[in-house]
Design a protein around this ligand. Sequence first.
Ligand code: XMP
Length: 507
Amino acid sequence: KILILDFGSQYTQLIARAVREASVYCEIVPYHHKIEFDPSLKGIILSGSPFSVNDANAPVVDVESLHQKLPVLGVCYGAQLTAKQYGGRVANSNKREYGRALMTKEKEDILLKDVTDNSQVWMSHADSVLDLPAGFEVLATTESIPYAAFKKNGTELPLYCVQFHPEVYHSIEGKKILKNFLVNICGCKQDWTSAHFVTDTVAALKKQIGDRKVIMALSGGVDSTVAATLIHKAIGDRLYGIFVDNGVLRKNEFQQVLDTYATIGLNVKGIDAKELFYRELKGKTDPEAKRKVIGKLFIDVFQEEAKKVEGVGLLGQGTIYPDVIESVSVHGPSVTIKSHHNVGGLPDIMHLELVEPLRSLFKDEVRRVGAELGIPANLLNRHPFPGPGLAIRILGEITPDKVQLLQEADDRYIQGLKDHHLYDQVWQAGAILLPVKSVGVMGDERTYEFTVALRAVTSVDGMTADWAHLPYDFLAYISNDIINNVKGINRVVYDISSKPPATIEWE
Ligand code: XMP
């Protein structure tokens, strides 16, 4: 295992993902956490940070005390912190570097083994190391900085530093450098694979659950399905899944998802609660009010069903690693833009012990584990879909008629994306029903009907997103297809806003 000490960099999770991609298990912890030095821990990586090491309130750890126990790699801020603590000089010079740089190797070293000379690396720093501490030697430079990679000499454990970000995509051979550190320097075995994960997790679940029963809300999404499948593998039909039709799912989604669960062999009960949701949503137009109603009703319905299963001991959840990483806050608490409700996050009202088999996985790892478990690819590659479903894509009041109208348009849009091989190229897509009517003409008839907006975005994690540059031909096709086939819609527009400043959903 590798530990990544987080100093608040936006790239910390990328380091973790790069380490995992090298099939090495790692965890992120805030820099100030106490470290358990158990034998499985093979090395430590110090992350970047928005701070300067010379700031009065800069986050610090005692690098030397870590290095006395394990190999250490400092990245960007981590490198500067190391240089400073060992007596080097770090300052805000005129040598700021952002973006691409070419790295010249000064010395052959195991860290840069098999890395080509003049390899592109990605920089993002205002401060630079101007003088190396005594006992350190330079391994690589760039055009603008003398110390792009360096290490401590001596017979003790290895201590390496890189000013660039090996974890980002644009550091072309960054993954190789990380792998050299993990495998050749720390001696990690590359045994963090999906198959291992499944075997270990199923064994751990058997141990945790024993002969008790688990209840779980399923959403048809990747996380809850993969989590449920693992639990099912451990305890079979003592897992009781519940899938609620809240009336704002996609067209035919309720049945399709239940069918898929049946194929996988999961014991899932479908609850048709459409009418209840429509009744309570009636008259509600405010987005947050709609979210609240849906969140609350969902819990009510789930609890009602949970009561029917006698002697339930545990609650299954599809929590994944990004939900549990404790973030190092550098700008104070962030404001709530939208209160997200989803079935992965039932509040702790049932006071049941939790079973969360995916707590340590990133989303891409969840997909790989899902594939290992034989879950159909169309489910694993599904776009994210918000817990409140189409309710936050129908602006204004929700009525069953509007839901049906949007379901039709959305279904044509998604099917069109699939038919044109565009579905997998976008991160998320959906149609939004606008609360305006406009005039159109069909044949010799005047129409006065609704508009749908189509949204498709590219993104990595949903935090930032760009509108997808779908081909004009496709937009022309889908606009015709929707208007000609969905009665009640006479206008289609395409949303070309990025996030920020817009958000992915319209509400
Ligand atoms: P926004 O609109 O905030 O969306 O840019 C970012 C991602 O979050 C999803 N989203 C939600 N997911 N409950 C959810 O489970 C919600 O209330 C909710 N609101 C937004 C959105 O679909 C996108 O993937």
